[in-house]
Design a binder for this molecule. Structure first.
Ligand SMILES: CC(C)(COP(=O)(O)OP(=O)(O)OC[C@H]1O[C@@H](n2cnc3c(N)ncnc32)[C@H](O)[C@@H]1OP(=O)(O)O)[C@@H](O)C(=O)NCCC(=O)NCCS
Length: 169
């Protein structure tokens, strides 16, 4: 079975409250991570129709602070599926109150695994990317998976074919 990234699209819009801020009056990083994780988990569940667990947070860039009072939108989509694991890309936007123009403040890449009721990994549908951005993210996903497995000690660097191709050719 093959599905498109947009079938898993999950959008979470919320306002940043003072109780969620750091001493500079910006959203606390851990709070943002939790919201990103929740949004990604719904995208993974929509793709797999299964119980999903976070296997890895592969990348998070806190490029811009999110001030208290901001209206923040978190958008997540499955970028690629392997056997039981799914890479989820998540983008974070804030919107200007007057113009309502959105600007991107953060992004992240999560890996979720679909599991059965005993927590055992199960197969998920594959992904057919449609847009140019979806294709770009799909293409890079195997490299990121191998890097994540190396960093977590689950893969030997010498077995990472895709990374070798990137660095050595
Ligand atoms: C994630 C989990 C299900 C993986 O189980 P496992 O016994 O290692 O199973 P496998 O080795 O078959 O891995 C399953 C898939 O996850 C992928 N995976 C595991 N760790 C990974 C990592 N760090 N980065 C990227 N992918 C990873 C594997 O490559 C495999 O992918 P594939 O089936 O698509 O090829 C298991 O480690 C787990 O339950 N972890 C706890 C999850 C959790 O509680 N999360 C919330 C944290 S509070």
């Amino acid at each position: 079975m093959v599905k498109t990234p947009k079938e898993s699209l999950t959008i979470f819009t919320d306002i940043v409250l003072p109780g969620e801020s750091n001493p500079l009056g910006n959203l606390f990083g851990g709070e943002l991570l939790a919201r990103m994780d929740r949004t990604c988990s719904i995208a993974a569940r929509r793709h797999s129709h299964a119980i999903v667990v976070t296997a890895s947070v592969n990348h998070v860039a806190f490029n811009n602070a999110v001030p208290v009072g901001s209206v923040m939108t978190i958008e997540a989509k499955v970028s690629r599926a392997f056997r039981s694991s799914m890479e989820i890309y998540v983008d974070v936007w804030v919107e200007d109150r007057e113009s309502q123009v959105r600007s991107k403040v953060n992004e992240g890449i999560y890996t979720f695994v679909a599991v059965d009721k005993d927590g055992k990994p199960i197969a998920v549908p594959q992904i057919e990317p449609e847009t140019a951005l979806e294709k770009e993210r799909y293409e890079g996903a195997l490299r990121r998976k191998q890097l994540s497995l190396i960093l977590s000690g689950k893969m030997k660097p010498t077995d990472a074919d895709e990374l070798r191709t990137l660095f050595i050719g």
